[in-house]
Design a protein around this ligand. Sequence first.
Ligand SMILES: [Zn+2]
Ligand SMILES: [Zn+2]
Ligand SMILES: [Zn+2]
Length: 399
Amino acid sequence: MDANTSTEARKRSKPEDENYRPPKRTVKIDQIATATTNITTPNKFATLTEDSEVPTTAENQTTDHENTKPSSKKRSTHRSSTDNFKVLNINPSTSDTNTTNTATEDAKNTIPIVLRNKAKLENLRQKMNTNKINYTKASTTAQGIRIQPQCTDDYRKLRKLMEAEGHEYHTHSPRQERSLKVVIRGIPVESTEEEIIEDLNRQGYPVFKITRMNGKQKIPAPMVLVELERKYNSIYKLTHVVGLSITTEALRQSGEIIQCHRCQLFGHIQQNCTAEYKCMKCAENHNTHECVKPKTIAAKCSNCGGPHTSTYKNCNERSKFMKHNRKIDAIHIIAWNCNGISNKKQELQTYAHIHKSDIILLNESHSKPQHSLCMKNYMTYRQDRIDRVGGGVAALVKK
Ligand SMILES: [Zn+2]
Ligand SMILES: [Zn+2]
Ligand SMILES: [Zn+2]
């Protein structure tokens, strides 16, 4: 890896970097899901409707699990003993029990495209008719006309058409086209990026990007972020890299909203935007890199007109977007008859992290008051059986 790439990698580790967002809920552990139920709760920011183009912070991910370095033995038991997990995917729009209308389901899952110039809708509609591009819904939003293509094929055709016609739009990448971003823990800073890439390649994982992650004090940590094609998701089963025991996990989300570096609006990234450039510093119609505004002149926000750059965290427009774009998202619940939790906490923690579990319900915890049932980022509610062996229940709720 050359110096430029390394520099870019360092830049990309900043939480506000638009490209730095995780594959959300992409990891599936084989045959674990045994039950599904659906509920909804408003707890995430909506962008369009997609879920993985959300920024993450490398720093949050650096030291949280410093104590979670399971041996390869632990990893092998992890897989074999998770069969009792019941995963409750709670989201009515993705219920897997009543999928009689597959077309409707597909339509719900397609990615919307936002036509930025509302006046161009009629023109676009005519072209869509001519090209037999179907959509299920078009609605007006503050950012433009939000068009919901009928299926993924329509999405691709519409995007191509809009590009050909020179329409300004923004959207998201289809999930299958996004890269898989995986954090590998346990690789010391002494291991070079070249060595790691070479070994991953040898093991059948052609990584196209690697980033050394930093600890909380911005000190390089024994963990790297690798990006590769989504089809290589068996990388989560890796146990060794450069001869060392390692663990893998999905990149976490930071909770930050994403912002386009091209048009400065929130909720999408510049790779999926063809809107007119807005300068981050002076709000004029040019790429920020071409800005010649002297530092002595105050910045101007292209979103609110205020005297700050458009990436300013306390910008009113940013707050408004966050407030008005909360997403009805899924709650992920695990129900597990764990038959004694004391030697399975690490396993549970890993599983809960991968699945971004919100609530963990345990029975047969076999815990006694002197046993800790605490897990990072979770509140624990428990009822131990103290008069005899066995029993015990606990509920862990994400803070
Ligand atoms: Zn944009
Ligand atoms: Zn400028
Ligand atoms: Zn502003």
